[in-house]
Design a protein around this ligand. Structure first.
Ligand code: C2E
Ligand code: CA
Ligand code: CA
Length: 410
């Protein structure tokens, strides 16, 4: 990652004042060459040099973190070459950081400023709100406390069996039959009730807790598939699709742990599909290819989830052993209202046919959408129109009563 953008190199001469105590700060500097001194002006007017900094260090960072006045003056004692980091650039990076990092940086800054004021290095500043109030505001603004709570409670949820899987049928357009299911994680929190995977999955990914959750999900989904087949006597081949994140993919023993689960649940590899996003393929191509090759050789299939929302480069598809493209719900939803969405769906279907890939349309909510997708040549469909994600016992009932002809007339 670039620390700073390319066009912000600046030269200063010995004696130049780079930063002035009390000014508003618009940028920080990385010293590429040369040397500066840091001077603090005390409330009684006395000045003291509190340090020097040379090449490879950063100065002026405090003011761009929290928008407060500069706490010191910085003067060049040699000719200097600097790289500028603008407040805007820094704010964008901080905004993208996880909320715990945002909160901790701001708390450190507040406490440091408070300490400077209390030790009278900068004079008491009555204008600052008390640190406790500032810190509470940061916590609220970044949702950091909520984030930490969810992360901790999710850990307990895995250990205490609060997680559940719901299964959403995937329909084969050619036969009208249920071809398989996507396993979707559900968290019924003892006090807060149902928490959406849209909230807890990203936190589980960032904290690494997704590893044990995904391991549990694969095992539970495979066992459920066995039970569903057993109790319905369904003779057709059903498959189970399970979502994996980039954290799962980056873990060292991913393939081994998938193999172990298949063998311990006695589910054939060809009945398991791994759903991953384009992001995984793009961010860790070498690792992803190796991992997918092994899974594919073992007989599992691979689906690219949310297809069309990530990287528009299609060339990568050749490089990976992928069998399914799942067309993102946002395009399916807009198909009837928006010409460009329906052209995009058509193109994805045509591309898949050329590349011998199967398409699954996600989020089909109406009969019209289903008919249009079928006409376009899409192979499979998934959506509330056919069936919502539901617990295993309801899936068993659904399979028993499924009428393939009814998918067009519900
Ligand atoms: P996803 O993988 O794209 O899953 C499909 C989502 O679309 C599910 O949301 C499903 O309930 C919803 N959906 C299906 N049909 C329709 C429809 O017709 N209309 C509408 N409006 N929605 C529909 P859900 O269960 O809330 O999951 C959200 C996301 O959370 C998933 O998106 C997936 O990215 C993630 N997720 C869920 N379970 C897991 C899991 O076990 N592991 C991982 N890594 N991620 C998961
Ligand atoms: Ca999915
Ligand atoms: Ca999806």
């Amino acid at each position: 990652m670039n620390l700073v953008s390319a066009n912000n190199k600046r030269n200063f001469s010995a004696g130049d004042v780079l930063i002035r105590q009390g000014d508003k700060g618009e940028c920080a500097y990385v010293i590429e060459s040369g040397k500066v001194e840091i001077i603090i002006e005390h409330p009684d007017g006395a000045k003291s040099v509190v340090g020097t900094r040379g090449a490879g260090t950063i100065i002026g960072e405090m003011a761009i973190v929290d928008d407060s006045p500069r706490v010191a003056t910085v003067r060049c004692i040699e000719d200097c070459q600097m790289l500028e980091i603008s407040r805007e650039d820094f704010s964008r990076r901080l905004h993208n950081a996880d909320p715990v990092i945002q909160m901790i940086i701001q708390v450190i800054m507040t406490r440091y400023r408070d300490m400077l004021a209390r030790t009278k290095i900068l004079g008491e500043s009555a204008t600052y709100p008390p640190p406790e109030e500032l810190e509470k505001n940061f916590a609220l603004k970044t949702d950091a406390v909520e984030y930490i709570k969810i992360a901790n409670e999710f850990k307990e949820a895995i250990e205490n069996g609060q997680l559940e899987l719901h299964y959403q049928p995937i329909i084969n357009f050619a036969t009208g039959k249920i071809a398989g299911f996507e396993a979707l994680m559900r968290w019924d929190h003892p006090e807060r009730g149902f928490i959406s995977p849209g909230i807890f999955i990203p936190i589980a990914e960032e904290t690494g807790l997704i590893l044990s959750a995904s391991g549990w999900a694969l095992k539970e989904a495979c066992s459920a598939l066995k039970r569903i087949e057993g109790s319905t006597g369904y003779t057709e081949d059903l498959y189970m699709s399970v979502n994996f994140s980039s954290t799962d993919f980056a873990s060292e023993n991913f393939v081994e742990s998938v193999y172990n689960t298949l063998s311990s649940t006695d589910v054939a590899a060809k009945k398991v599909c791994l759903e991953i996003t384009e992001r995984i393929l793009m961010s860790q191509p070498e690792n992803a290819r190796e991992t997918l090759d092994m899974c594919c050789k073992a007989g599992m299939s691979i689906a690219i989830d949310d297809f069309g929302t990530g990287y528009s480069s299609l060339s990568y598809l050749h490089a990976f052993p992928v069998q399914y493209l799942k067309i993102d719900r946002s395009f399916v939803m807009d198909m009837n209202k928006n010409e460009s969405s329906s052209s995009l769906v058509k193109s994805i279907v045509a591309l898949s046919q050329n590349m011998k890939l199967k398409t699954v349309a996600e989020g089909v909510e109406t009969r019209e959408e289903g008919l249009l997708l079928r006409e376009m040549g899409c192979d499979f469909a998934q959506g509330f129109y056919y069936a919502r994600p539901q617990p295993e016992k309801d899936i068993i009932m659904l399979l028993r009563n499924w009428d393939p002809k009814a998918i067009y007339d519900k």
